[in-house]
Design a protein around this ligand. Structure first.
Ligand SMILES: Cc1cc2nc3c(=O)[nH]c(=O)nc-3n(C[C@H](O)[C@H](O)[C@H](O)COP(=O)(O)OP(=O)(O)OC[C@H]3O[C@@H](n4cnc5c(N)ncnc54)[C@H](O)[C@@H]3O)c2cc1C
Length: 466
């Protein structure tokens, strides 16, 4: 390793950084367990160096050199991933895409905008909004994540029920493959030209290539936007009207149903305890919004829903991107995390009951709650939050893993899918074969071996260890 850094510096020049501050900032992503390890005096090590790519050419040169040096390399966007997909060591190089940012082109007629992959999400959205357009992708982490990271993790935003998730928005992309060559898909509205290569990169978590440019299919900013809120006796009775909304073809961008403890936590000022709040936001041409508001309200009332103060919608809009300080909770001895899963309508109630029931059996658990925030004709997701407080702080990591194991096992047993939008990383990789089958893992390994025979791109993420 001693001669690798000088070689990187000689070949790549000023884009190589090895100062302590930069290395520290690229040790891991925002995985709760990594933060806990930091706090408990067992921090993830620093990488060997960080390359700050400014162009796709920089990425190509870096990957070619890494291949020649047999040096593992981890792509790094905003570092907001929450599954441990980034974990450095002194034997790896981190390749930051943050210098690879900015708008490449905007076509108002075709409603497309191309961005370099390291553009921060909020910045990309502000740029298209200047022209009265929107990407429509609103992850809570919009100010913390890059557009390339959205692709690499198969992300979903808060408005996904109406506007779709990242796979519905990416018209085309460019990536640099592990041998330094470029893959570029054509920006056409649809193609029947073999398997869709965009999907090779979506969700690949930096293991198959580095996304360098993303072209989005945009939409105009809506003429009207109006919310409404209903409350129900419990989460189960609120799910049914959502199913009918989706089935009938209404598409409110925001459809969020909180179980009673979460409703109380977020909207206690307006909603009685023991009620489940359904927050809806309707957007589009005014006439369409009016019709949808009325139709969805009727479905909610038919299902026993009671209308609540629409001020809840404004409250949600105002606070929706607030990031809780998980670090403070960890410092206070609380083990906390969120786990998002999905299931078809017929299974979703069973998944909710099984996961909450299993989490509540953890001896030190303080709370286990959930909401549904991304709905489809076929089903919806559940976003669980658990909080535990082990008596002995030395047990925090074990309790964390136990909560995850229980939630994932219970989801699988009830027929759900284990990862709705945060990805696999390290926290779920040992469950991947149960999600996609041993055959599915074998296909991924074969693709990986073909593109990256030395296994240099983000080793340890996504694929289970052999
Ligand atoms: C407070 C908070 C709220 C969140 N809310 C949401 C949400 O609403 N919806 C949601 O989907 N997610 C959410 N996330 C998770 C996270 O923001 C997403 O996974 C996001 O897409 C990651 O983007 P990033 O640029 O930060 O990627 P990083 O964390 O830097 O990287 C994530 C993975 O992608 C790879 N990668 C990054 N950039 C590239 C690239 N250009 N090419 C190839 N691989 C790359 C990395 O190697 C890594 O494997 C949230 C996270 C936090 C901390």
């Amino acid at each position: 390793m001693a001669d690798v850094l000088p070689r990187l510096e000689a070949e790549l020049g000023e884009i190589v950084a090895s100062d302590a501050e930069t290395l520290d900032a690229h040790r891991h992503d925002s995985w709760m367990l990594a933060d806990l390890m930091d706090l408990q005096g067992n921090p993830a090590p620093r990488p060997l160096a960080v390359v700050r790519a400014r162009s796709a050419d920089d990425v190509s040169r870096t990957l070619r050199l890494c291949r020649e040096l047999s040096l593992p390399v981890i792509p790094f966007g905003g570092g907001s991933g929450v599954c441990g997909a980034v974990e450095a060591s002194p034997e790896v190089l981190v390749l930051s895409t943050r210098g690879l940012d900015g708008l490449v082109s905007l076509d108002d007629e075709s409603l497309t905008a191309a961005f370099r992959a390291g553009t921060m999400g909020g910045e990309a959205e502000r740029i298209v909004q200047r022209d009265g357009l929107t990407i429509g992708h609103w992850p809570q982490s919009i100010e913390l994540s890059t557009v390339g990271g959205w692709v690499a993790t198969r992300a979903a935003g808060q408005y996904s029920t109406g506007y779709g998730s990242i796979e519905d928005m990416v018209l085309s992309l460019e990536a640099v493959l592990p041998d330094g060559s470029r893959l570029r898909t054509r920006p056409t509205p649809r193609a029947s030209a073999g398997p869709d290569l965009r999907h090779l990169l979506m969700g690949s978590e930096g293991t198959l290539g580095v996304v360098t440019e993303v072209t989005f299919s945009l939409r105009p900013l809506p003429e009207a936007s109006q919310g409404q809120v209903f409350h129900f006796p419990d989460l189960g009775s609120g799910l049914d009207p959502i199913r009918h909304v989706m089935r009938q073809g209404w598409r409110p961008p925001v459809v969020r149903l909180y179980d009673a403890p979460e409703s109380h936590r977020h909207f206690g000022e307006w909603i009685d305890e023991d009620r489940a709040a359904l927050v809806l936001l309707h957007e589009g041409p005014r006439a369409l919004v009016d019709v949808e508001l009325a139709a969805v309200a009727a479905l909610c009332r038919d299902a026993g829903g009671v209308e609540a103060d629409a001020a809840i919608v404004d409250h949600w809009l105002e606070h929706r991107n607030n990031v809780p300080s998980f670090r403070e909770l960890l410092e206070a001895g609380l083990v906390v995390d969120t786990i998002e899963v999905g299931a078809v309508w017929e299974r979703i109630g069973a998944v909710y009951d099984a996961v909450i029931g299993s989490l509540l059996e953890v001896p030190s658990i303080r709370s286990a709650t959930a909401h549904s925030s991304h709905s489809y004709r076929s089903g919806t997701n559940l976003y669980f939050t658990f909080v535990a407080r082990p008596g002995d702080r030395a047990e925090m990591a074990d309790v964390y893993r136990e909560c995850w194991r229980r939630a994932v096992e219970a989801t699988l047993e009830q027929g759900g899918g284990i990862a709705h939008h945060h990805g696999i990383g390290r926290v779920r990789r040992d469950f991947l074969a149960r999600e996609i089958g041993e055959g599915g893992v074998a296909v991924l390994r074969a693709v990986k071996a073909a593109l990256d025979p030395q296994g240099l791109l983000n080793p340890g993420a996504l694929l289970p260890e052999r």
